[in-house]
Write a protein that binds this ligand. Structure first.
Ligand SMILES: Cc1cc2nc3c(=O)[nH]c(=O)nc-3n(C[C@H](O)[C@H](O)[C@H](O)COP(=O)(O)OP(=O)(O)OC[C@H]3O[C@@H](n4cnc5c(N)ncnc54)[C@H](O)[C@@H]3O)c2cc1C
Length: 140
């Protein structure tokens, strides 16, 4: 749904070529993460190539690590974006949670960090994290 962007991961390297940004990994832009994703990929890719050209790592090993690091970092936001891009209303559980977040300043700050791509949705929506930031609000 959303804007009908194809959501996909590509293997971002091969003999003589490498991909960064949207060419390697694309998702709906409803969560506005693509620019920082592209910068992060460029940094990870440049680091992997530096290790290769300075003789510290084999090309395939360094680039596989680049791909694995990218995929691990972006997967929670990828899944969250795919869910948001359906434009379905939130589930009752999510609606309750967002209502609870709106009554806690630390939780609102945390949610803003998720939207900004600083905190992973996996970390924010974990029971451990929400337990910490929501308890003060419900105790008022
Ligand atoms: C409508 C819209 C709104 C968005 N809003 C946001 C937002 O608010 N925040 C955010 O973070 N992201 C947003 N995004 C996503 C973001 O724009 C992209 O994720 C980001 O620009 C990807 O950067 P990139 O360098 O990988 O690719 P691009 O920015 O697409 O750059 C690729 C470049 O390569 C050029 N090119 C292609 N083929 C060739 C070729 N054969 N030879 C030479 N050049 C070529 C293209 O012309 C282009 O200039 C939005 C995207 C869209 C479409």
């Amino acid at each position: 749904m959303g804007t009908a962007v194809p959501n996909r991961f590509r293997r971002p390297y091969g003999p003589g070529w490498a991909l960064v940004g949207d060419s390697g990994y694309l998702k709906d832009f409803v969560t506005a993460q693509g620019i920082q994703d592209a910068f992060r990929d460029a940094e990870l890719c440049a680091h992997a190539l530096d290790l290769t050209f300075t003789g510290h790592r084999a090309f395939d090993d360094a680039m596989r690590e680049y791909q694995e690091t990218r995929d691990t970092k972006v997967m929670p936001m990828y899944e969250s974006t795919a869910e948001l891009a359906t434009l379905d209303p939130p589930t009752p559980e999510m609606a309750w949670l967002l209502e609870a977040v709106s009554h806690s300043v630390p939780a609102m700050d945390g949610f803003a960090r998720v939207a900004a791509g600083v905190t992973s949705p996996a970390e924010f929506f974990s029971p451990e994290y929400l337990g910490q930031v929501l308890v003060p609000a419900t105790a008022d």
